[in-house]
Every structure is written in structure tokens, then in C-alpha cells.
Write a protein that binds this ligand. Structure first.
Ligand SMILES: *[C@@H]1O[C@H](CO)[C@@H](O)[C@H](O)[C@H]1NC(C)=O
Ligand SMILES: *[C@@H]1O[C@H](CO)[C@@H](O)[C@H](O)[C@H]1NC(C)=O
Ligand SMILES: *[C@@H]1O[C@H](CO)[C@@H](O)[C@H](O)[C@H]1NC(C)=O
Ligand SMILES: *[C@@H]1O[C@H](CO)[C@@H](O)[C@H](O)[C@H]1NC(C)=O
Ligand SMILES: *[C@@H]1O[C@H](CO)[C@@H](O)[C@H](O)[C@H]1NC(C)=O
Ligand SMILES: *[C@@H]1O[C@H](CO)[C@@H](O)[C@H](O)[C@H]1NC(C)=O
Ligand SMILES: *[C@@H]1O[C@H](CO)[C@@H](O)[C@H](O)[C@H]1NC(C)=O
Length: 214
């Protein structure tokens, strides 16, 4: 009968609105992602180690670093594209690019940490001036820029890639190592993160789920 049809339709409509509301909330909660954290846990410039005055140390124009990448999310994996690292020597207010390194892209499970400990050749660094500065009790500063793109795996989906660009300054003293021995230096982004999961996206997914269900 026509009356029953109308009642069915209303019930169906109500249940649809209720279900989509709940679904949207659930999806928003489960789709939220947060970017991995990046830090320099260790940094060593053999040439600036003044307790080792062998010529081998003095002419060792390398930088050693220990980069830590941490995925803090409990249920989402991270896929890193190649990670570009650029090292600068900070002189007065200018920055001289001295080394590049590319960490090959990789996959990181939820709540996992990864370290990349590498030695990279440095060039264009004013070695004498730097040694002079640390010998005299000053520190010299290196800037580390990290740029990559990451995507996340949420259940069976992959999000689209987003960029991860962070930076930090490492102060080095006459030990050739970083001044803060124990604590890692967190690399930070200059700009605040934009909201990543837009309401439009959530709504579209809700619709897709709804259409699939019926
Ligand atoms: C500096 O050189 C000395 C002598 O070779 C060495 O014992 C020390 O571990 C080096 N410092 C660092 C931070 O590696
Ligand atoms: C190394 O440098 C220190 C401080 O400049 C100096 O006291 C020491 O004699 C030097 N050692 C050698 C083997 O040259
Ligand atoms: C430079 O120093 C690093 C760290 O001490 C060492 O692993 C590397 O073998 C040295 N390189 C040369 C060419 O001496
Ligand atoms: C910059 O640093 C260099 C070497 O450390 C020094 O000779 C120069 O005077 C500095 N320039 C300024 C503007 O401070
Ligand atoms: C780093 O890479 C850039 C661009 O690829 C290049 O222009 C620059 O010379 C490299 N710097 C060093 C120190 O290798
Ligand atoms: C250390 O600094 C003093 C004064 O600031 C300066 O006279 C001296 O030449 C410096 N020495 C070195 C080795 O840098
Ligand atoms: C990393 O460097 C490569 C080669 O220079 C470049 O193609 C790529 O776009 C860079 N990645 C990022 C995220 O900047």
C-alpha cells in the first residue's frame, strides 16, 4: 500500500542519516593521520675533533649522522619516498650547502622506529675557519634539511602522497660531535600542518560505503 511505502521510505531515510552520521564520525576518527617524526640522534664531524690531531682526522672531510624516523601511529603504516637530506654549514648568517644524501624510500609499520646511520662526504666547507672557531671554544652550526613524500596505509587503502619537509640546526663543538650529547635534535616543519582529512572526502567515502551496502 502507498502509506506503508511512505513509512518505509521515512524509516529508511532516517536510518540512512543516522548510519551516515556515525560512519562519518568513525571514518574521521580512523582516517586521521599524523606525520612521522624525524630527528638527528647523533652527528659527528671527524675533522673538528680537536682531541685527535692526526692529519688523517684533519683531512677527513666527512659528516656522520644518525637519523631517526618514527611512526607514532598505532594502526597505520607509512610509506616513505626517497628522503632527500641536505646539509649546510652556517657561517655568520649565510648557509653553505656542503653535502647531500638520499635515503632510499621504505615502508614502516605502525609504532616503529628506524635509524639511518651514514657517513657522507662534505665539500665547500671552510674547514680551517670551522676548526679555528671550535678550537677557541665556540660552536659551529650545521643545518639539516629533510624533504620527502609520505603516504599512509589505512586498513586496505593508501592515502595520496603528501610532502614532509622539516629542518633543524645542529651545534658542533671541539669534540666534533653535537653539543647536546644525549638528546636528539627534532627536525621541524616551518609551517603548521593543514587539516588533512577534509569533510568532503569523509562524505564521499560515506556515500561509497552506503551505495556498496545497498
Ligand atoms: C675524538 O677523537 C678521540 C681520539 O681519537 C676519540 O677518542 C674520541 O672518541 C673522538 N670523539 C668523538 C666524539 O668521536
Ligand atoms: C694535539 O693538540 C693538543 C691541543 O691543541 C696538543 O696539546 C697536543 O700536543 C697535540 N698532540 C699532538 C700529538 O700533536
Ligand atoms: C673518517 O672518519 C670516520 C668516522 O670516524 C671514519 O669512519 C672514516 O673511515 C674516516 N674516513 C677516512 C677517509 O679516514
Ligand atoms: C663571516 O665569517 C667569516 C669567517 O668566519 C669572517 O671572516 C667574516 O668577517 C664574517 N662576516 C661577517 C659579516 O660577520
Ligand atoms: C647537492 O645536490 C644539488 C642538487 O642536486 C647540487 O647542485 C649540489 O652540488 C649538491 N651538493 C653537494 C655538496 O654535493
Ligand atoms: C681565539 O679568540 C681570541 C680572542 O677572541 C683571539 O685573539 C685568538 O686569535 C683566537 N684563537 C683562535 C685559535 O681562534
Ligand atoms: C629529491 O631529490 C630528487 C632528485 O634531486 C628529486 O627528483 C625529488 O623531487 C626530491 N624529493 C623531494 C621530496 O623534494
Amino acid at each position: 500500500m502507498a502509506g506503508d511505502d511512505a513509512a518505509d521510505c521515512r524509516r529508511c531515510c532516517c536510518s540512512f542519516i543516522f548510519t551516515s552520521g556515525l560512519t562519518a564520525l568513525f571514518m574521521w576518527l580512523s582516517l586521521r593521520t599524523c606525520k612521522p617524526t624525524c630527528s638527528i640522534e647523533n652527528f659527528y664531524v671527524p675533522s673538528l675533533n680537536t682531541t685527535d690531531n692526526s692529519s688523517a682526522a684533519r683531512n677527513n672531510h666527512t659528516l656522520y649522522f644518525d637519523l631517526k624516523l618514527k611512526n607514532g601511529m598505532k594502526d597505520k603504516a607509512v610509506y616513505y619516498a626517497n628522503i632527500n637530506l641536505t646539509f649546510f654549514y652556517t657561517q655568520n648568517t649565510s648557509r653553505i650547502p656542503v653535502a647531500n644524501y638520499t635515503v632510499p624510500g621504505f615502508h614502516q609499520g605502525h609504532e616503529k622506529k628506524a635509524h639511518r646511520k651514514e657517513l657522507v662526504g662534505a665539500s665547500g666547507l671552510p674547514w680551517e675557519a670551522a676548526l679555528h672557531a671550535v678550537s677557541n671554544g665556540s660552536t659551529v652550526s650545521f643545518r639539516v634539511d629533510l624533504a620527502t613524500r609520505v603516504k599512509y596505509k589505512i586498513l586496505f587503502w593508501y592515502t595520496k602522497r603528501e610532502s614532509l619537509v622539516v629542518t633543524g640546526d645542529v651545534a658542533v663543538d671541539d669534540s666534533g660531535g653535537k653539543v647536546k650529547k644525549k638528546k636528539g635534535i627534532k627536525l621541524k616543519s616551518g609551517a603548521p600542518d593543514p587539516a588533512r582529512v577534509g569533510p568532503v572526502f569523509v562524505f564521499s567515502l560515506t556515500m561509497i560505503l552506503f551505495l556498496y551496502k545497498y
